[in-house]
Design a binder for this molecule. Structure first.
Ligand code: CMC
Length: 393
């Protein structure tokens, strides 16, 4: 093998070939299976887009109707999963609850037949159908309430908002939520998708694949950033405080949440659409005070960091949309997961079609030929006071 340069974070290193989505980070273009995200946001819906991503082409009317019907039929959770959730601490993060529930599906559907198209179809349907029910159920249960059963007469997005708020959502709100899911459904080989692919490449079951992706999405540098954006806007508190706050962050070399992207060096095309959706919601339901702070922050960050290609990413405006839809802040990332399940499943299928286990190499930087020191002769390498305080915590 020839020498290759080590790139932290694998920046710029192709780890796979894929025909699922395409990003041009300089021009701000995102396409799913060649179709521009603007067009999908305008004309498609989340389930049709999921079909496109997972099965590789837009469905016919009958194919879509069948897919929607299957998903509707599989929305309910086994009571044992609900009972398991009842034991989760209400202070636990909903992403941790979701990861545990996604993994638990593997206990109930343990047959693994990765070369059987019917098995693949059933796993796709189950995961798309049940993940929203899990998110809504945990939200109600942590407040001490019984979960609300899904309603077969409601579409995918309207049903989720219904299960979450125990009331039928406004039509515009349900539509906008569905567009948000479409926008978040897929994004090439990001951290959680890569994690899904690595897990998939071991030929484990699809529930383990999705559980590992959920765990990866949760981090603040990835999907967790949408929650952090709201915390940041709260901390800024006023338009006047935007620039002093930004100065403080830059001095401390702290990252501004919701800005920057490994691939986009311009404003993320999804952020443009999300900002527009937020404005539509404000027109109907009233403005959010944080919006003016967000717009001012975008201007200030562009002035200070635009030369480095730091612009709003997908997570910057999504939280403002979700807030207006009445979604609690710590459910923002689980909502991202509801959408991204379709991208993860598309990559799972693509990985299986031409699988080779991921097993990269490393550059070893440790000692060689070290001797084994008998325990009586060892010197502690730890700060003992620090260790004692950590144990006491
Ligand atoms: N605020 C301030 N400076 C930034 C930011 C930011 N948000 N993002 C990047 N930079 C600077 C960084 O300090 C560095 O400057 P320099 O070259 O002078 O040291 C340069 O830009 C490159 O940054 P990096 O951290 O090496 O870039 P990366 O490609 O490794 O990281 C990122 C990408 C998204 C993790 C990063 O931009 C970041 O931490 N952003 C904030 C968290 C966030 O919003 N995450 C959501 C990502 S998009 C959707 C998703 O994945 O969920």
């Amino acid at each position: 093998m020839t020498f290759c340069e080590y790139k932290p974070g694998l920046e710029g290193i192709p780890a796979t070939q894929s025909s699922i989505s395409y990003v041009d980070g300089q021009k701000g273009i995102l396409e799913y299976r060649g179709i521009n995200i603007d067009e999908l946001a305008k004309s498609s819906n989340f389930l049709e887009t999921s079909y496109l991503l997972i099965w590789g082409g837009l469905p016919t009317k009958d194919e879509l109707a069948e897919f929607e019907h299957e998903i509707r039929y599989h929305r309910r959770l086994k009571y044992r999963i609900r009972d398991m959730m009842k034991c989760f601490p209400e202070s636990g993060h909903p992403m941790d609850a979701l990861q545990a529930c996604a993994a638990a599906l593997g206990l109930f559907y343990s047959r693994r037949a990765l070369d059987d198209p019917a098995y693949i179809r059933a796993a796709v349907v189950r995961l798309l159908a049940k993940i929203p029910t899990m998110v809504a159920a945990f939200q109600l249960m942590r407040k001490g309430n019984d979960p609300v059963q899904p309603r077969d007469d409601l579409d995918y997005s309207a049903n989720f908002l219904y299960m979450l708020n125990e009331q039928e959502p406004d039509e515009l709100a349900a539509h906008i939520f569905d567009v948000c899911l479409t926008l978040h459904a897929e994004h090439t080989i990001n951290a959680s998708t890569f994690s899904a692919m690595v897990t998939a490449s071991t030929l484990t079951d699809p529930y383990a694949v999705i559980a590992s992706a959920v765990g990866t999405l949760a981090g603040p540098l990835h999907g967790g950033a949408n929650e952090e954006v709201i915390t940041m806007l709260e901390e800024i508190g006023s338009v006047e405080n935007v620039r002093p706050y930004l100065d403080g962050c830059l001095q401390r070399k702290a990252k501004i949440m919701g800005f920057g992207h490994r691939v986009y060096k311009v404003k993320d095309p999804r952020a443009i659409i999300l900002q527009n959706l937020a404005e539509q919601l404000f027109e109907k339901f009233g403005r959010d005070d944080y919006y003016d702070i967000a717009v001012e922050l975008e201007t200030a960050v562009e002035e200070r960091l635009g030369h480095k290609g730091i612009y709003p990413n997908v997570d910057f405006y999504s939280g403002l949309v979700y807030r207006k839809l009445g979604i609690p802040t710590d459910l923002f990332t689980p909502v991202f997961a509801i959408a991204r399940v379709s991208g993860w499943l598309a990559h799972w299928k693509e990985q299986l079609a031409e699988n080779r286990i991921f097993r990269p190499t490393q550059i070893y930087t440790g000692a060689r030929n070290a001797s084994y020191v008998p325990i009586e002769q060892r010197q502690s390498t730890h700060d003992r006071a620090l260790l004692a305080s950590l144990i006491a915590e």
